[in-house]
Design a protein. Structure first.
Length: 268
């Protein structure tokens, strides 16, 4: 659920998982605009097991939950809601654990300094994941520094919180960091922005369509370590499938293959 949501690959990933697990479950993308989530939740029947949430609902859902996991409380955002038959709504944030898994699969290098393009809920989750992996310093690069205050506060709740700096995009110069994380749309990745982060050895772009983004394409040309949006989407979906089914394992490779096939179809 989110707005926009028609582009989402989440239905492809979840349907692949439930089919392999032998579950006759349905999973669909539903457009829910900002401000409409409470009414939509109130209208759900007992057949619903859970929801995945994307922009702009990850923070809007918090006052509608009856309980939440640690990462939801720390991040101030939930991308998953488990629905109980008695009306309980349990919020989870699998973006953090998904980002930990995606980063760990791509590199074993210690990432002590990060630059993050954007300052929303996904940016907070990825930085919390990096904090789990030993991050010391992070700079959020945003158009309006005031809009990153909620994200900076969330990162500060981590028990080993990195030092946080917020800078305006207009003031960005050449970047010295171990990883650059982009949570901004591909069309916002200007030539000047690419030049500023050209020397950063690890690139994590949370966008998966269109792919590659300008930032991802530059990383591929330079043979830099690249973590893509599909990597994050698959790993956060794995956490959701485990939570919704109550099973310890999820068919990760089947989910990834389904996602790759769907993206390939879009690019034809």
């Amino acid at each position: 659920m989110g707005d926009p949501v028609a582009h989402s690959l989440s239905p492809v990933l979840h349907r692949a998982a439930y089919a392999e697990l032998g579950l006759a479950w349905s999973y669909d993308a539903v457009r829910v605009a900002a401000g409409d989530l409470a009414g939509h939740l109130a209208g759900l029947g007992p057949q619903w097991r859970g929801l995945s949430l994307t922009m702009p609902l990850k923070r809007e859902v918090l006052p509608l939950l009856t309980s939440s996991d640690d990462w939801t409380r720390v991040s101030g955002a939930a991308n998953t809601v488990l629905l109980d038959p008695d009306g309980g709504r349990h919020g989870l944030n699998t973006d953090v654990t998904g980002a930990v898994a995606a980063i760990g699969a791509a590199t074993s290098t210690r990432l002590s300094r990060a630059v993050v393009l954007g300052g929303g809920a996904t940016a907070a989750s990825v930085v919390l994941a990096l904090a789990e992996l030993g991050l010391d310093r992070v700079t959020f690069v945003v158009r309006d520094p005031a809009r990153a205050s909620e994200t900076a506060t969330a990162v500060g709740r981590h028990p080993r919180a990195p030092v946080v700096t917020v800078t305006a995009l207009a003031d960005l110069g050449p970047v010295r960091a171990d990883i650059v994380v982009s949570t901004v749309p591909a069309q916002s990745q200007s030539a000047s922005l690419l030049r500023a982060v050209a020397d950063v050895p690890v690139v994590f772009d949370v966008v998966y369509h269109p792919w590659p983004t300008p930032l991802a394409a530059a990383a591929l040309v330079d043979n830099r370590v690249l973590i893509g949006g599909l990597d994050l989407l698959v790993m956060q979906a794995v956490g959701q499938v485990r939570a919704m089914t109550g099973r310890d394992q999820a068919p990760v490779e089947s989910m990834r293959r389904a996602g790759e096939a769907a993206l390939a179809d879009r690019h034809r």
